[in-house]
Design a protein around this ligand. Structure first.
Ligand SMILES: [Zn+2]
Length: 318
């Protein structure tokens, strides 16, 4: 599987509107394509309309189109509104008559976009345009992307693998069957990368928490991966409290640039002396520094009350 970036030029703008974002009915395609082509298309799309794209033949486009394979990922970047559309290539067909019907001919060259391919829309990039340009080694963030290109080696180099790139930087939902259950803190961080804004991370974490019930038991799915519900709660609480101790204000930025904080249960999860167990919910949790956390969990009456009093002062409901 390869990844291609396809900036859509000004000329292509209405192509994106007409045949990608507004897919083409199979009935129209069938007027120009063979029965076997239509059979193949029906196998993929059933009766649904078909998102369609095409290139004009040329020294670069013709060999590139030959290299394009079903299963490849094609990421369209639509400059008018910086929209990105992540798609999977499903089928190719060369047809000047269909291209002329869909997009007419280019006035300047008299050519048409006959190197056609059909895609399925999977989702969008969550990577910012600025970040995308940086990945592609553009130096000026006001630059516009030029020309389609195969970015497989480049993105695999940055992310370790293409799958990593897709799971980190798109909102594509991967089937649960492909998901590993055994996940740790690093994988969770990877699913909510730091370059995402705080608001965006909070929104996604909250959304994941609200997804309770869609997966069995205590598991929640994020970016196609399964996390224990409690892991999501912990991540949400740290983010909500801005990685700052809610009792004393302590913060720590680690050598690697990440912020360190702990998520503590206000009413302990496993009470030592016969009390009622506190739940794993954002309401029962708060960000604390290691010191205040230990005071609250292990301290005597006086130490515990100091922390609780400080939390109350800072508006935490305890
Ligand atoms: Zn503290």
């Amino acid at each position: 599987m390869r990844i291609h970036i396809l900036p859509t030029g000004r000329k292509d703008l209405d192509h994106a509107d007409r045949t990608l974002l507004n897919p083409v009915p199979q009935e129209l395609l069938s007027q120009y394509l063979s029965t076997s082509d239509m059979q193949a298309i029906a196998n993929v799309y059933q009766t649904a309309d078909v998102p369609t794209w095409g290139w004009v033949p040329g020294d670069k486009n013709t060999p590139d189109w030959s290299d394009l394979q079903p299963g490849d990922i094609a990421i369209f970047v639509i400059p008018s509104n910086d929209q990105t559309v992540v798609t999977k290539v499903e089928y190719k067909v060369r047809s000047a008559s269909l291209a002329t019907r869909l997009w007419s001919t280019d006035r300047a060259t008299g050519k048409t976009w006959e190197l056609i391919f059909f895609v399925k829309i999977l989702g969008a990039l969550t990577l910012s345009k600025r970040e995308l340009l940086r990945h592609l080694q553009y130096t000026n963030e006001k630059d516009n992307l030029q020309g389609h290109r195969d970015v497989t080696p480049r993105f695999a180099g940055i992310y370790g693998s293409i799958d990593n790139f897709l799971s980190i930087n798109t909102n594509i939902q991967i089937p649960l069957s492909t998901v590993k259950e055994d996940v740790g803190e690093s994988l969770l961080t990877e699913s909510f990368p730091n370059r995402m804004s705080r608001e965006e991370r909070l929104r996604r974490l909250e959304e994941a928490l609200n997804r309770q019930g869609q997966t069995p038991d205590e598991y929640v799915e994020v970016n196609g991966r399964r996390f224990k519900r409690s892991q999501i709660v912990v991540a949400f609480v740290k983010e909500r409290d801005e990685y700052k101790c809610k009792a004393c204000g302590w913060t720590l930025t680690e050598r690697n640039g990440k912020k360190y904080i702990e998520a503590a249960h206000i009413v302990a999860r496993a009470p030592t002396s016969g009390g009622v167990a506190g739940p794993d919910t954002p309401e029962n949790m708060v960000a604390l520094c290691p010191n205040c956390h230990k005071k609250l969990d292990k301290g005597g009456e006086k130490a515990r009350n100091e922390v609780l009093e400080a939390l109350r002062k800072n508006g935490v409901n305890v």
